[in-house]
Structures are given as C-alpha cells and as structure tokens.
Write a protein that binds this ligand. Structure first.
Ligand SMILES: [Zn+2]
Length: 217
C-alpha cells in the first residue's frame, strides 16, 4: 500500500514543486514526505532540477516574448513592404502608363490664332502628354510641304498633381502651342516613336502614310 502511494506521490512531485496542486493534494504530499525518506530524497533532487527561482523566470518569459515580438515585427514589416510595392505598381500603372488617345474629330482641333500662331485644342476630360514635332519638310503628292505631327496620350486616371499643372479645360479645351507654327503648312495627327526613327525602324514618310490630316493652310 505504501509503495503504491509513493509512486502516486512521485507523479505529483513536479506539480507540487511548481505549486500547482490543490490544497488537499499538497497536504497529502507533505504528510507523506514527513515519514517517507525515499520520497523526501526524490523531492529534494527534483526540486533542485526543476525549481526555477522567480528572478530567473522572468527573463525567460521576456526572451520568449521578445522572440515572438521580433517575429511579429518581421511579418508586419514584410507585409507593409509588400503592400507598398503593390500600391506603387498600381499607382504607376494607373497614373504612369500612357496610351495614345486615338484621333477623333470631336476631340482635337488646330486653330490659327489672331497672332498667327497655331494652337491645338483638346476637348477631352484630360490628357497626360502632348507630343509635337518641329516643322519638317516632306514631299506630299509631289509637292514639298512643311508639316508637323502631333498626338496626345492619356493615363488610366489623372494623377492629382498633374491637375495642378494642366491648363484649365474650358470651352476652348486644353490649349497647347505648336512650336515654330508660322512655318507649318499642314498638321497631322499620328502616333510616332522618335526612337524607332533614329533606329531606322520607321520613317517620317511612312508615318505620314498612316497619319490623319487635321489642319492645312
Ligand atoms: Zn514515499
């Protein structure tokens, strides 16, 4: 009977040392320890091995907390960075990715002003850029003419900052001056890429073929 009880006491000893046993169990163990040398020895050994003084307990918990906090910090930094990258990508796409506005009679008009300068009107909601060439001499139907090419680009949405710089869209639309316009015989609307021309992959003559005549002297 006594042997059996010893094994039960041994089972409870770690909990007893950690002070997580009920009052009844505690009393039962203490009573047993008073008259059982074997269990007393076991208790002393266990106590030495298991017992963590209070002042040492705290740093361990702090360490664990710190480790966990670091891990949480890393996760939140990564997610903040990921979000920033995605937002930047979306921002660049929405406000930075330019596409050519296709020509439409209602959207564009070239007008000679009273000061003899040519201006281009754009009646759309907004644009991101206007691309114009300087006047250049090209042969059209066997005749040499001085022409300028023009096209507008838009982004998916206007960036808030661009609105501050653009001319106000009134009944005259957005107005843009054509460079050296006093020389111009004709203005064509067409999407062109100067880099392709420089690289020899395109020419002003072939650009002229796909261009839309929008103004003539
Ligand atoms: Zn015992």
């Amino acid at each position: 009977m006594r042997e059996t009880k010893c094994t039960i006491i041994e089972d409870f000893l770690p909990l007893y040392i950690e002070e997580v046993v009920s009052q009844d169990t505690k009393e039962m163990i203490e009573e047993h320890l008073q008259h059982c040398e074997k269990c007393q020895k076991e208790y002393e050994t266990m106590k030495r091995n298991l017992y963590i003084p209070a002042e040492n307990k705290a740093p361990i918990i702090q360490k664990i907390n710190k480790k966990w906090r670091n891990k949480k910090m890393k996760i939140s930094i990564i997610s903040v960075l990921t979000t920033a990258f995605i937002l930047f990508g979306v921002y660049a796409y929405v406000f930075g990715y330019e596409t050519v506005i296709p020509y439409s009679k209602n959207l564009f008009k070239i007008e000679k002003q009273s000061d003899n300068n040519l201006v281009s009107h754009y009646y759309g909601k907004g644009y991101s850029g206007v691309h114009e060439t300087f006047p250049m001499g090209l042969e059209i139907d066997g005749e040499k003419k001085i022409v300028s090419f023009i096209y507008y680009t838009k982004t998916i949405a206007d960036s808030p900052s661009r609105k501050l710089f653009s001319n106000e869209n009134n009944e005259r639309g957005y107005i843009s001056n054509l460079p050296e316009s006093e020389k111009i015989d004709a203005v064509y609307y067409v999407d062109y890429d100067v880099e392709k021309i420089v690289a020899g992959k395109d020419s002003w003559d072939s650009i002229l073929e796909r261009a839309v005549l929008i103004w003539e002297k």
